[in-house]
Unconditional design. Structure first.
Length: 412
């Protein structure tokens, strides 16, 4: 009997004992379903959380002027780093435009009084100037109105987006969109209103007014102070964060003209501490899922070995006939191994399909991650199936190959 004949004979034996094959395959399917299902669910949940954190600005980093530094404890010189000016921020944004989404903003004024035609607020309103990506970078949504148009951003038009508290104080019973407010010596038209942030966010967003970045640059500053621009760089993929941060550091050093060997005059702060914690947790979940799946497969392999032992006992006379006709111990061993592997692979394919369905179903209950096919875990699952087939079928195959043909022919 050559290999092809052995494979065909193994398939015929499987077909001849279909019920036993189905039951054995189900044992393997359950183990693979547990392994692939749990790992698929973890990948799906992680992908969903990645998208959520990305929309919240977690896949991002901020660049600001470095805080003042004291060199030496006693009598050391105090180094004051220059502000990031508009030209530097704009140059950085242009150079990074093909790698990430960059938002520029500037804190214009705090403790500002805002007036409408009939009323005014307490001096606790913050005014921020932002570009076309500012709302996205700060995870701010509009409840009414619209964002700034390209014309308004480019020409510094006096338009504003107000927070919820300003609307309540100045326009308690009317729609503020299209109305006018006055602050910092200028009259602004309201084009949008932010969603309420509430007390959970400290109420800061509710007491904020956003104006176009160019408009903020045109407002005269008190004294000799200049606007300091904040830069937020956002990425769509969290795994690229470290690489892009390295590029951003080099670009910003060049823009700021920091000398070689000198420390940076700016600081970069990551916004993904929560995402890092989540990645660490997902790693533990994957490990736990793998252990659970492995234990399930271990039980399945014991069950498969037991069924293969029963099969050897049932087919003792058949083995004696094959040996009498010239089949070698190697060919007998090969036949039973092929049967075990085929049963495992068939059960594994069913288990992979059920695991993908189960994993995506669990992930869909937590978030909208789309349909994920974890090819890595599919390959791992099928590889484990083959290993389980070899390990579980080895002893029964060895026992079958060692049967004495005369004793086997006498077996009833």
């Amino acid at each position: 009997m050559n290999l092809i004949e052995n494979i065909l004979e193994g398939l015929r034996a499987i077909h001849g004992n279909m019920l036993r094959t189905i039951l054995t395959g189900l044992i393997i399917s359950i183990g693979i379903m547990s392994l692939v299902g749990i790992l698929t669910a973890v990948d799906g949940i992680k992908h969903s959380l990645d998208q959520t954190f990305s929309s919240l600005g977690a896949n991002a980093f901020d660049i600001r002027r470095k805080s003042m530094n004291n060199n030496g404890d006693n009598g050391g010189t105090r180094r004051v780093y220059p502000e990031i000016d508009y030209d530097q921020a704009s140059q950085y944004k242009e150079l990074m435009s093909d790698k990430a989404t960059v938002s520029l903003s500037a804190y214009v004024s705090g403790a500002t009084v805002v007036k409408s035609a009939t009323d005014k607020t307490n001096p606790n309103i913050n005014v921020v100037a932002g570009d076309e990506h500012y709302l996205q970078s700060q995870s701010l949504n509009l409840s009414e109105g619209r964002a700034f148009s390209a014309f308004e951003l480019e020409n510094g038009v006096n338009v504003a987006i107000i927070g919820n508290e300003i609307k309540k104080n100045l326009f308690p019973k009317t729609d503020p969109i299209g109305d006018y407010i006055t602050f910092l010596g200028r009259r602004f038209k309201i084009v949008g209103q932010l969603e309420a942030k509430g007390s959970s966010m400290g109420g800061g967003g509710d007491r904020t007014i956003i104006i176009p970045l160019e408009t903020g640059r045109q407002i005269p500053r008190t004294g000799n102070s200049n606007l300091s621009f904040a830069i937020k760089t956002m990425l769509s993929k969290a795994e690229e964060l470290d690489y892009v941060m390295g590029e951003a550091t080099g670009i910003m050093r060049n823009v700021r003209q920091d000398a070689l060997g000198q420390e940076e005059s700016f600081e970069i702060r990551r916004s993904d501490s929560l995402l890092q914690s989540m990645n660490e947790i997902s790693g533990y979940l994957k490990l736990g899922g793998f252990v659970i799946g492995f234990i399930t497969l271990l039980g399945a392999s014991v069950g498969l070995m037991n069924i293969m032992m029963v099969s050897v006992n049932e087919r003792t006379r058949e083995i004696g006939v094959r040996k009498a006709l010239g089949a070698t111990a190697f060919q007998i061993r090969q036949q039973f191994l092929i049967e075990a592997i085929v049963i495992c692979v068939l059960g594994g394919l069913v288990g992979v399909f059920l695991g993908i369905m189960m994993g995506n179903g669990i992930a869909a209950l937590i978030g909208d991650a789309g349909f994920i096919i974890p090819w890595l875990w599919v390959i791992v699952g099928l590889t484990i199936c083959i290993l389980v087939g070899v390990i579980s079928g080895s002893y029964p195959a060895y026992r079958a190959s060692k049967l004495d043909p005369i004793e086997a022919l006498r077996y009833e």
